[in-house]
Design a protein around this ligand. Structure first.
Ligand code: ADP
Length: 726
């Protein structure tokens, strides 16, 4: 069944080839069997002569003797029977005629042998043996003349010379029929065997043709593959075969590469890795892929993705590697160009930010003079005309200052230099401060500033307080600026997700056309309102977006032309830090007599942080807490109250914490007051810088309450002996 199915699946070209292979095989068998018979014939001739000489060398007539007729028969008839077919095997080997002549001759040889042995029954076995040897041709047809010759010989000699065939003087004709019957009986099995052999030969031919065709297809696929392919011997790791594409890639011909190893054409920098992968494959890794460089014959470099896998023999033992190589030189070149371009772009960007930051700094100095003297002029009772001119100077100066500040901020963010103090901030506090600042402007334009009455009080977000205020001010200013006089700006805050809080600034202004929305956050793009008379730089929203993104938040807008806009910002929500306070507040020590006592000044702009520290210290006996929400005010209070300890936040609205610390250290009256910095910035460099600048300790937000009390306690107690001495 399987064979038939296999045969029916063979395509025409393959079946032609199978027929050809079958014929070849058959011809080979015919020729080989011809040769076998040629040798057998000669051997049998000699054997006949020897038998004749042994059995009946001479014939006696009284006292005289002469050579027996059998000897002459053996020599002459045996020669006649043998020599002709032997000659035919030389002249027409493998032909039908030769085969049939041999069959007849072989049976005649049997007849001669039987006659020479005087019809010995044992010699009749030569007939059966001969038929078997004739079946070596695997051609049942040769058995027909052989059988006919045997039957005729037995019949004729049985009648006329029974002694020569049966060794008796008279024989019944049935004896010849019986002998012929046994011959036919054997023929039946030999014919069956011939048919079986032919079937097997055909099966082998079909399998060989199918294998040849599959090999041919594989070779063709290998040769025509669009990727480079090579077969490398596992034992000596030398190329055995390469395809055209691989030759083209590396610039060597197949003859040049066969006998060399892939390592010989590998870039020196990739040798170690290639060697390692070869070893891994020898240890049993089935497949590996690597990006490597080959050295081309012309000296160039070929970047390639090389995949190698093991080829196994039919017993499953690893025999060779199959290497598949894809040329990625172009991609690598493009990647390198991109990398270079990025480095160049980063460099240019850095240079731009650097330039902007310097320029802004340089511009600020003369601007300081312009605005300062402008203000002086304002105070000197100018005439109406002069006042109008001074107003122009001041408004242009402020515009310029705004522009410079925003450019500076944007360039700082882009250069990654912006320092943010991200900490839990109560949204309502910041919003209130921003709204307070906005009220005068809104009043000028007869606008209502509306705050959502449903707003939750303790919504906290992770942000930099000052920067959030800056963003809110920008959005509120825009709302007020772009909405017609008498309009309305409303603010709402809501939880927008499990981890986010959203602040929305709504106005009923002109709205923004959908096609302009994509340009909203582009620096200097004012969306064509330049002629409207509304002042602006086109930098505010660009800065807001960068700030909000830097604080891990998001910003967006929903706007309808003629109805108004809703600008929203979303920031990571956090729980109230005040709620995190333990019910029985932790103290440095349970013994009030040993606890540090004294006056502490906390300079911090974040109200919730202030409240937190206030609550923490409320139950600490002997501690008096003073607070300041601006750096300048903090300095004044330090001079005035000479506290025992100053807690200092680094991000203050007016002065930077570093500056406050530096001034405290400079002034005689405050030089010795220990300062503990409390900041959200936990970078090692920052901590080191502030400790070097004179801070006694550095605590990071969120505060570890135990640590907070320990440091405060330690500092205050270290001050107590001094106070006693004083
Ligand atoms: P500008 O300094 O011009 O106000 P912004 O970056 O703050 O710059 O805003 C960019 C542009 O977006 C503005 O020029 C204006 O055209 C538009 N825009 C901003 N806010 C609003 C708003 N609330 N209503 C209508 N248009 C606005």
């Amino acid at each position: 069944m399987f064979e038939l199915a296999a045969l029916s699946a063979i395509p025409e070209a393959t079946s032609d080839r199978a027929e050809e292979l079958f014929q070849q095989h058959q011809r080979q068998i015919f020729r080989q069997t011809d040769q076998l018979f040629a040798r057998l014939m000669l051997f049998q001739w000699v054997a006949c002569i020897i038998i004749a000489l042994l059995v009946s060398p001479r014939t006696w007539d009284g006292g005289a003797s002469q050579i027996h007729i059998h000897v002459w028969s053996a020599i002459l008839i045996g020669g006649a029977i043998s020599l002709f077919p032997v000659w035919m095997t030389r002249v027409w080997p493998g032909t039908v005629a030769t085969r049939h002549v041999i069959a007849v001759a072989q049976m005649l040889m049997s007849a001669l042998l039987i006659a020479l042995t005087g019809g010995r029954i044992e010699t009749h076995f030569h007939v059966f043996g001969s038929l078997v040897i004739l079946s070596f041709y695997r051609d049942w047809r040769v058995l027909i003349p052989a059988t006919v010759v045997v039957a005729l010989d037995h019949f004729l000699r049985g009648i006329y010379l029974p002694y020569s065939v049966y060794g008796v003087l008279s024989a019944s004709p049935w004896r010849s029929i019986e002998h012929a019957g046994w011959v036919v009986f054997e023929d039946i099995f030999l014919i069956i065997s011939c048919f079986r052999s032919i079937r097997e030969m055909r099966f082998i031919a079909n399998r060989t043709a199918a294998l040849e065709s599959s090999d041919q297809r594989s070779r063709q696929l290998f040769d025509d593959a669009p990727i480079g392919m090579a077969v490398v011997a596992l034992d000596n790791q030398k190329f055995k075969q390469i395809n055209g594409r691989f030759a083209e890639m590396v610039g060597y011909s197949e003859q040049e590469l066969v006998g060399r190893t892939p390592l010989e054409i590998t870039h020196p920098d990739d040798l170690a890795e290639s060697e390692r992968l070869v070893q891994a494959m020898l240890r049993g890794t089935e497949r590996c892929c690597v990006e490597k460089r080959y050295l081309r014959k012309d000296g160039g470099i070929l970047w390639a993705t090389r995949t190698a896998c093991i080829i196994r023999d039919k017993d499953g033992n690893p025999r060779d590697f199959l290497i598949m190589v894809e040329d990625i030189t172009e991609r690598k070149r493009a990647e390198a160009a991109l990398r270079d371009a990025k480095v160049e772009a980063d460099r240019a960007n850095h240079a731009k930010s650097e330039f902007l930051s310097r320029m802004s700094h340089e511009l600020r100095t003369p601007l300081n003079a312009i605005l300062g003297f402008g203000q002086l002029l304002e105070r000197q009772n100018p005439t109406a005309q002069q006042r109008a001119r001074v107003d122009h100077i001041m408004s242009a100066g402020r515009h310029l200052l705004n522009l410079i500040n925003e450019v500076l901020d944007i360039s700082r963010i882009e250069a990654g230099h912006l320092q943010l103090s991200v900490e839990p901030v109560a949204v309502t506090e910041v919003l209130e401060e921003a709204l307070d600042l906005m009220r005068p402007l809104a009043a000028d334009r007869a606008m209502q500033l509306h705050v959502d009455a449903q707003m939750e009080e303790d919504l906290y977000v992770l942000t930099d307080r000052q920067r959030l205020k800056q963003v809110l001010l920008n959005l509120l200013t825009n709302g007020v600026k772009y909405t017609a006089i008498g309009g309305r700006v409303a603010v709402s805050v809501q939880r927008s997700g499990p981890t986010t809080t959203r602040i929305v600034v709504n106005d009923n202004g002109p709205g923004i056309a959908p096609e302009k929305l994509a340009r909203l956050f582009t620096p200097f793009d004012r969306l064509d309102v330049e002629q409207s008379g509304v002042e602006g730089t086109g930098l505010g929203l660009a800065l807001c977006q960068r700030l909000i993104h830097a604080m891990a938040g998001d910003i967006g807008v929903k706007s309808t032309v003629g109805k108004g806009s809703a600008f929203w910002i979303e920031l990571p929500a956090v729980g109230s830090p005040l709620k995190a306070l333990p019910r029985n507040r932790m103290r440095a020590t349970d013994d009030p007599s040993t606890a540090g006592a004294g006056k502490i000044l906390y300079i911090e702009d974040n109200l919730s942080n202030l409240t937190l520290v206030e609550q923490m210290l409320a139950e600490q006996p002997g501690i008096e807490l003073l607070t300041a929400m601006r750096g300048g005010l903090g300095l004044d209070m330090a001079r005035q109250h000479s506290p025992d300890l100053i807690l200092l936040d680094l991000h203050l609205p007016d002065l930077r914490g570093h500056e406050v610390l530096a001034r405290l250290r400079q002034e005689k009256g405050t030089r010795d007051i220990p300062v503990i910095v409390i900041s959200a910035d936990a970078t090692a460099g920052q901590i080191k810088r502030l400790l070097a600048a004179g801070a006694r300790s550095y605590l990071t937000k969120p505060l570890d309450i135990g640590e907070f009390f320990r440091v405060i306690d330690e500092t205050l107690r270290s001050r107590q002996p001094e106070a006693a001495v004083a």
